[in-house]
Design a protein around this ligand. Structure first.
Ligand code: SF4
Length: 301
């Protein structure tokens, strides 16, 4: 029996749901029940009433969100070392300091944060709904963390002042994309459409035809008449894009844009976690309750 077959059979036996983020390895995406972005997946998990266990193939903060939104289910993270560096860039102390400096400014935290930061904010947002969340707030000055690029993108779209917390939070993988590379690729493929994630720099967004989250990029690629796309986000998304659009051509805007943390999930690690039911992600209830409220406020928007 192959490892994939063993995982599928164990999954059935244990009534487990396997969720894989768009940036996961191709073989992990292929074994998953659902592939998507973090919040899409957490909501899917909540809808699956029969599932008793969730294996979240992703990084720490995503499994935490799934545990917060699905308190009755056991959530496993196949590799405990899969930690998002951007989520670690904002600390509770920093948020408290910013709040004391701007007491009237609401605090918005990107979902790419740890539960302890989510618990301290007024509302969370994703890269897909950041503009709607910022617009929904009755304030012109807003504290926003941890991604400075996403803050700039939302400020451009809404005309509001977003104060980054911390000052220079960023995703190391999206920082690898540079406009020169995309421009050279575009010269080689003049009919290509450039689509990038809002975690990319402002310079990268300027050369793009489309800026959107991973879920929005997938929708855009399906609906667009373009045949070739230059993609500015983590390479794992190419597997899903190619699977969903076999007649279209997808090129990564920088060939080494790989998130090493996302790639820590392997079939072996997933199999062991599921077999031994280990690496259970737990969020203390006092933190989970506040973080859940910030996530639920986002869903209301
Ligand atoms: S791609 Fe960036 S934001 Fe996403 S998990 Fe990796 S480091 Fe974190």
């Amino acid at each position: 029996m192959s490892l994939t077959e063993k995982i599928l059979s164990l999954k059935k036996e244990k009534k487990a749901l396997i969720l894989a983020h768009n940036y996961q390895r191709a073989e992990i995406q292929d074994v998953a029940d659902y592939v998507g972005d973090s919040i899409e997946l957490s909501r899917k998990a909540a809808q699956e009433k029969d599932a008793e266990m969730i294996v979240f193939a992703a990084v720490d903060f995503m499994a935490e969100s799934a545990a917060i939104l699905n308190p009755a289910k056991k959530v496993l993270l196949p590799c405990l070392g899969a930690r998002c560096p951007m989520a670690q860039m904002v600390t509770a102390d920093e948020i408290k300091r910013a709040k004391s400096k701007y007491p009237n400014a609401p605090v918005v935290m990107y979902v790419n944060t740890l539960a302890s930061s989510k618990a301290l904010c007024d509302v969370c947002c994703t890269s897909a709904n950041v503009v709607e969340v910022i617009e929904s707030l009755d304030a012109e000055t807003i504290l926003f963390g941890p991604d400075r690029n996403l803050a700039q993108y939302a400020a451009e779209k809404t005309g509001k002042t977003l104060i980054p917390v911390p000052e220079f939070g960023f995703c190391p993988t999206h920082l690898l994309f540079q406009p020169e590379d995309a421009t050279v690729l575009k010269m080689q493929h003049p009919d290509a459409t450039i689509m990038v994630h809002p975690e990319c720099s402002g310079e990268m967004r300027k050369v793009a035809d489309y800026v959107g989250s991973t879920s929005k990029m997938c929708r855009f690629a399906k609906e667009s008449n373009a045949k070739t796309f230059i993609v500015g986000t983590e390479e794992g998304i190419l597997h899903r894009l190619r699977k969903e659009n076999p007649d279209k051509n997808f090129l990564l805007a920088y060939p080494d844009a790989v998130c090493p943390n996302m790639k820590l999930t392997t079939l072996d690690r997933l199999y062991i976690a599921l077999k031994e039911e280990k690496n259970v992600v737990k969020v203390p209830e006092n933190v989970a309750e506040k973080a859940r409220a910030s996530l639920e406020r986002m869903f209301e928007v």
